[in-house]
Design a protein around this ligand. Structure first.
Ligand code: GAP
Length: 443
């Protein structure tokens, strides 16, 4: 079985349609596909990267524009290994329990399986701890002294820069530091497409506050984060917060809530809200010998931590709609299932598609290309002339394009176009010269 086949097998029931759409339409490709794939890593295609950038922008604006007193940071992925010793990630706290099949020697995360090997039914070994940090070497010598790690969470760079940010930006608690970046975990059983991978991207915000106000801020940030998903179109019935039981808390947390999304394969965490107390600043003070106190004591930290990939997956699942019999009753497609991706305006990868009514009329194509050029500086656009116009509308609906701008024979005489709205399919005619005005696209 190739890696790609294994990867496909690991994808649980119910998401095949999303996975197929993501591959077919350029959202997500398996990494190193021409070599049979690689270790549950994925590449984001032309539409995936646009959507990912839109999610990151929505989060960054939410944190740094909507809220006062949050500044940004972009710390390096490679850090001193001492950071990971101090943070507790090199000990049992950041390890999953692994079992191995005595017969086929496949390895599994203990909490993902029952008594027997799911691959061959063989007996399993006793569980042992498996650390998730990804090891590498820094510099030309590969010995113990040059071992370091790819970061397993982005927030550690925030703690090591706590004093730098306070000093350079004159911050006073309560304040936050936001960061977006890659993180790596040597997951034993990556699964469910881009849900659990070994390389992923996090959007984390660390809120530094007085210890006595930590509970209040925990509730505040939990509510803010739930509202963020709702404001971006996630349906209320598919979103919930779940208190993490004390015996399941991450090693750094005093309290945690998972924000969960109802994926086709069940309720799963997409974001963690953590009260980290003074765990990080006090440990980094101890291990580095630097005083990381603020006015004589350690502030407490409320953290919001979401995966870009996981949230993208949730946004795709939530917006995926099948219309049996099709929406366009006038065309042949009426008997088929039409797919509509009802992505929020800010998240849709393509905002406008420019379509000449037919491609074998040179004047139409020429005009359509002029319109495309006019719109491209302001909107992410796609030019499409292949296939019937009905087919092209459906292709755009399937990737969530907000508007289709069609150039027909009247356009040649009147210098205007029709704009079609994705959700209502309503159309209106507007002058070409008015197209760069945003409000033209308000239906
Ligand atoms: N700094 C805290 C922290 O990293 P976490 O609950 O381990 O907390 C936060 O991770 C978020 O990062 C998760 O809710 C998820 O969205 C994302 N994440 C974690 N591990 C992941 C993985 N293996 N693949 C994809 N996303 C992951």
């Amino acid at each position: 079985m190739t890696r790609i086949e294994k990867q496909k097998e690991r994808i649980s029931n119910g998401v095949e349609k999303i996975v197929s759409l993501a591959k077919r339409r350029g959202f997500v490709f398996p990494s190193s596909e021409i070599y049979g794939g690689f270790g549950s890593c994925y590449d984001f295609g032309p539409l995936g990267v646009e959507m990912k950038n839109n999610i990151k922008k929505a989060w960054w604006d939410e944190m740094t524009k909507k809220h006062d007193d949050i500044v940004g940071l972009d710390a390096s992925i490679l850090m001193s290994p001492k950071v990971w010793k101090a943070s507790g990630h090199l000990t049992a706290g950041f390890a999953d329990e692994l079992v191995e099949c005595r017969k086929c020697h496949h390895r599994f995360r203990k909490d993902f399986i029952k008594e027997k090997c799911p691959d061959c039914g063989g007996n399993l070994t006793k569980p042992k701890k498996f650390n998730l940090m990804m090891k590498t070497f820094i510099g030309p010598v590969e010995d113990e002294a040059s071992v370091t790690y790819l970061r397993a969470e982005t927030c550690q760079g925030i703690y090591t820069n706590f004093k730098n940010v306070i000093q350079t930006m004159r911050m006073k608690i309560p304040f936050g530091i936001a960061q977006i970046g890659k993180a790596f975990r040597n997951e034993i059983n990556p699964k469910d497409f881009i849900y659990r991978t070994r390389e992923f991207e996090q959007m984390e915000m660390q809120w530094f506050c007085e210890p006595k106000k930590a509970d209040k801020f925990f509730d505040y940030w939990l509510k803010q984060r739930l509202n963020w998903y709702l404001s971006l179109g996630i349906r209320k019935q598919n979103l919930r917060a779940k208190e993490v039981p004390k015996n399941e808390l991450p090693h750094y947390a005093k309290r945690a809530n998972d924000i969960e999304y109802k994926f086709p394969f069940g309720w799963q965490e997409i974001e963690g809200i953590h009260n980290r107390g003074d765990w990080d600043l006090s440990n980094h003070s101890k291990y580095s010998g630097q005083d990381l106190k603020y006015e004589g004591s350690f502030p407490h930290i409320i953290e919001t931590s979401v995966g870009v990939d996981r949230s993208l997956f949730a946004f795709l699942c939530d917006s995926y709609t099948e219309v049996k019999g099709g929406r366009t009753k006038t065309t042949k497609s009426a008997k088929e299932i039409e797919i509509l991706l009802k992505l929020d305006k800010s998240l849709a990868p393509i905002k406008i598609a420019v379509l000449p009514l037919v491609k074998n009329k040179l004047e139409l194509v020429k005009k359509a290309k002029q319109v495309y050029k006019l719109l491209k500086p302001n909107f992410v656009c796609q030019y499409d002339e292949t296939g019937s116009i009905g087919r092209r509308y459906r292709r755009q609906d399937e990737i969530g394009t907000l508007f289709c701008v069609t150039i027909d024979f009247d356009s040649l005489k009147k210098d205007d176009v029709t704009i079609r709205d994705r959700d209502t399919m309503k159309q209106k005619r507007v002058k070409i010269k008015d197209l760069p005005r945003l409000e033209i696209f308000d239906f």
